[in-house]
Ligand binder design. Structure first.
Ligand SMILES: Nc1ncnc2c1ncn2[C@@H]1O[C@H](COP(=O)(O)OP(=O)(O)OP(=O)(O)O)[C@@H](O)[C@H]1O
Ligand SMILES: [Mg+2]
Length: 235
């Protein structure tokens, strides 16, 4: 199996504060990996460092064997940020054409991602008139331009109702089945069950990692929420 994402002895300091003291983790290719933890635990910071936009104080991060931030990785990684940037005064098609131009992607890729997120029928609609879920899918589509092999999705389902969340998770599994690697952050524990494997994070440290079932077995419970609480109580 070719290399996935490897983080070794990562240390991150922001504004004089140590956010990530010493992090080591490995993300397998073709898997959906969840990064779960409460607000402020460092999820976004870790994602930024994998994308290569976060200054690091120590340690190393490689993506597919290349140093994070390398130019060669630019089109191989799709990043969906918490402040997903779509232009509400543009249509779906116009939004995607705009981002495609920045990324040097073709018109074909625009139509490909529209199809993938099931927005082809909405392509002429202004983003301002989209429903919450449609807007989330449009934002996701921008991260899918250029067929990245690694998708870094920072809380992509936040604010969506359960049906829309399920639809998005179906899409994530479809992408993983195509061989893509997905790192998805959430602070909603019930989403953990939909991941192939998980890292539970707190104060910039990994409390535990494994498949949802392994973590439940370790904590002797059937509920993901209880797993997290029991880990915190063991500290
Ligand atoms: N630019 C910054 N300067 C200083 N501290 C920062 C900066 N950005 C984030 N932090 C701090 O780093 C810690 C981790 O933040 P991060 O955004 O990675 O958390 P998160 O797990 O993504 O949280 P959330 O679930 O709220 O998105 C927090 O304590 C935050 O206050
Ligand atoms: Mg965050």
């Amino acid at each position: 199996m070719p290399e996935g994402v490897r983080i070794s002895d990562l240390k991150i300091i922001r504004d004089g504060k140590t956010i990530i003291p010493d992090l080591t983790m490995y993300i397998d290719r073709g898997k959906i990996v969840g990064l779960l933890g409460p607000s402020g635990s460092g999820k976004t910071t870790i994602m930024r460092s994998i994308v290569g936009v976060q200054a690091i104080a120590a340690g190393s991060i490689t993506v597919f064997g290349r140093e994070a931030g390398s130019k060669v990785l630019r089109t191989r990684i799709g990043y969906f940020t918490q402040s997903a940037s779509i232009y509400t005064d543009l249509t779906c098609l116009e939004n995607l054409r705009y981002f495609a131009r920045i990324l040097g992607q073709s018109e074909i890729s625009v139509h490909e991602v529209l199809e993938l997120v099931d927005l082809t029928k909405n392509k002429k609609q202004l983003a301002s008139s989209l429903s919450g879920g449609e807007r989330a899918r449009l934002a996701l589509a921008t991260a899918l331009l250029g067929r990245p092999e690694l998708l870094i999705l920072d809380e992509p389902t936040v604010g969506l109702d359960p049906v829309l969340r399920r639809d998005l998770w179906n899409l994530f599994h479809k992408l993983a089945d195509q061989g893509k690697t997905l790192l998805i952050s959430s602070h909603v524990m019930d989403e953990a069950d939909r991941c192939d494997s998980l890292f539970l994070l707190r104060d910039g440290r990994i409390l535990a990692g494994g498949t949802p079932q392994e973590l439940k077995d370790q904590a002797n419970t059937d509920e993901m929420e209880a797993v997290f609480i029991s880990l915190v109580e063991q500290l």
